[in-house]
Design a protein around this ligand. Sequence first.
Ligand SMILES: [Zn+2]
Length: 426
Amino acid sequence: MSHVFVLSSDGQPLDPCHPPRARQLLRSGRAAVWRRYPFTIRLKNRTAAESVTHPHRLKLDPGSKTTGIAVVGEESGRVVWAGELTHRGQAIRDALLSRRSIRSSRRQRKTRYRKPRFLNRRRPEGWLAPSLQHRVETTLTWVNRLRRFVPITAISTELVRFDTQLLENAEISGAEYQQGTLAGYEVREYLLEKWGRRCAYCGAKDTLFQVEHIVPRVRGGSDRISNLTLACEPCNQKKGTQTAEEFGHPAIQAQARQPLKDAAAVNTTRWALYQQLIATGLPVEVGTGGRTKFNRTCLGLEKAHWTDAACVGASTPDHLDTQGVRPLLLRAIGRGTRQVCRTNASGFPTRHKPRARRFQGWQTGDLVRAVIPTGKYVGRYVGRIAIRFRPSFGLDGRFDVHPKYLTRLQRADGYHYAVPGASPAC
Ligand SMILES: [Zn+2]
């Protein structure tokens, strides 16, 4: 089970505790629930000055769709909390495209329209597309949030896929491309990136690749990275002791000699995130994708975003305690739309955005507990509300409920939360 975050009575982060301990504290009235997701309690009678905390490391595996997050105790090697943050880059892209098409379609009709504007603005240094900027910002939101709940003293993040310096080192780029060594994992990540994750000869994707010598070793080919490529097993077998040229692929030899540029290995989003993490003032360790995979394989963990995050970097302990950890699934859902005039499918204005976003203090997306005493839907429910500007809210799209039956558990904050295999507690 993931641990429970604990705050002192003056709101400072203390060491996370086991769920049974948290239940004990809550039952005896020594603590109160501070937040549902991630579950955080606040002690009533102990300040930070009276407590001892241990260093924790926040580990990130930034991905394009999902970012893995893990909080690991530096001394214990225990994964105290894990999360998987799903970004909404595609949704943002779709929203911008839809806005663009609505505006441009108005220009084709006899309607008032917004003049097309382009090439009249300069992008600031380090500008990222909105969908990419969003990835950086949501990740940073969670870094900052977790820092408020856990005493985090260091950050690890995966920055590049492979270590270019390690590969350039002639000693290592020798025979060590085999599976099972760190250099071997770095070499494989490099080759996967360079050859576009497909077989260099037949272009097959999604198969098991073998590291293949372009000029075979028996013909005097070296083990250097510039003589290696990826091939599927049938191609590797068929090629046998021929060189790539003899096998009918002369271009591959030329392509292999071109070094992969560093820029191809570091993607801009990860780099922007790295800069922001440095700005937090905490020591930031960077790891490679090759090392992450190597660590995960050595520790015998299954592949998941959060296990990858826990394995990032050279600081990963030899014994990582992941027993019973269930990641909290965090999905960025945005905070509603700013579109003032909503249109129908053909782009005709049909309704106007309501001026207020709250009704009697309630907001769409608030997590609530509903206790309905009578009627067709009698019972207890936990869910999210969609407000209307009258005292009848939708509950999870199932039925309508009067706010007098609701207790708010957590305010809408732009994220949807779920724990795999757990039902929401009433
Ligand atoms: Zn092939």
